[in-house]
Design a binder for this molecule. Structure first.
Ligand SMILES: *Cc1c(COP(=O)(O)O)cnc(C)c1O
Length: 229
C-alpha cells in the first residue's frame, strides 16, 4: 500500500509541476513519518523513499538510530531549546527555526559537531495567535541576525497554512510566502539566494503548493494512512 501511495503521489507531483512549467525534480517529497512505526518507515525506504520528516525529538531519535544511515531527516515540529543539541545531531535540515535563541543554539551545537546545518525559517504567514513561526514583519531582522552564524545555512522558508476546508483556499497563503521569499532573496538574505527552498503543502494541498512554488512538500497521511492517536 505504501509503495502504491508513493507512486500515486509522485505521479501527481509530475502532473502538477508540468502544469506550471516546473521541473518535477525541483520538488522533493518529505515523507512525514510522525507516529508511524519503524517497520512502516522501512517499507517506504524499500520503495525508494529516502527523505523523511519527524515532529518529536525523542520519537525520531529512536527511529533514526534503527534505520539505514543513508536516510535523510527533516525536523518539522516545534523545537524546544533543551532539544536543540539532539536536533542538530540527528537531522540534516531543521525546518522550524522561528527565533534567534534557537538559531544561536543550533549554530553552537552544529559547530561542536563540526557540521554545517541547513535550516528553514518557519513563517506564521496568516498571523495566527496560537501558531508557531515568525511574523513576516520580523523576518528580516531574524535573517540579518542569523547571517552571522557561521554553522547555520538558512536555505528558505517553511509554512503551515491556516486550517481550511479546501486546498484552493490555501493558494493565497502559498503565494504570499513565495512572494516573501522572492523579496528576501533579492535582498540576499538567504544562504543561496538563487535556489531558495520553500517547504509548503501537505497531503491535502501539495499540488496547489507546487503550483505556487513549493520545493519541499511534507506528506504524511497520503503515504502512511491515518495516524494513530
Ligand atoms: C503532520 C505534519 C505534516 C503532514 O500532514 P499530512 O496531512 O498527514 O500530510 C506536514 N507538516 C507538518 C508540520 C506536520 O506536522
Amino acid at each position: 500500500m505504501i509503495c502504491t501511495n508513493l507512486t500515486t503521489i509522485k505521479e501527481k507531483i509530475i502532473v502538477a509541476a508540468h502544469g506550471c512549467n516546473r521541473d518535477p525534480d525541483d520538488v522533493r517529497l518529505v515523507a512525514v513519518s510522525k507516529k508511524m512505526e519503524v517497520d512502516l518507515i522501512q517499507q517506504a525506504c524499500d520503495c525508494g523513499q529516502t527523505l523523511f520528516g519527524e515532529n518529536y525529538l525523542q520519537e525520531a531519535k529512536g527511529k533514526i538510530n534503527q534505520l539505514d544511515k543513508k536516510l535523510k531527516w527533516h525536523f518539522i515540529g516545534h523545537l524546544q531549546s533543551n532539544k536543540a543539541r539532539h536536533a542538530a545531531e540527528l537531522f540534516q535540515v531543521i525546518e522550524t527555526v522561528d527565533r534567534l535563541k534557537i538559531a544561536r543554539l543550533l549554530d553552537k551545537y552544529a559547530g561542536e559537531l563540526g557540521k554545517k546545518l541547513e535550516v528553514l525559517i518557519q513563517v506564521n504567514i496568516a498571523g495566527e495567535q496560537q501558531k508557531a513561526g515568525i511574523s513576516p514583519e520580523k523576518i528580516r531582522e531574524l535573517l540579518t541576525n542569523t547571517s552571522d552564524l557561521i554553522n547555520l545555512q538558512v536555505r528558505g522558508l517553511m509554512m503551515i497554512p491556516p486550517f481550511s476546508s479546501t486546498p484552493e483556499k490555501n493558494r493565497h497563503w502559498f503565494r504570499k510566502v513565495k512572494q516573501l521569499s522572492v523579496d528576501l532573496a533579492q535582498e540576499e538574505l538567504f544562504h543561496k539566494n538563487e535556489s531558495v527552498e520553500l517547504s509548503m503543502g501537505m497531503s491535502g494541498d501539495f499540488t496547489v503548493a507546487i503550483e505556487e512554488g513549493a520545493t519541499l512538500i511534507r506528506v504524511g497521511t497520503a503515504i502512511f494512512g491515518p495516524r494513530p492517536n
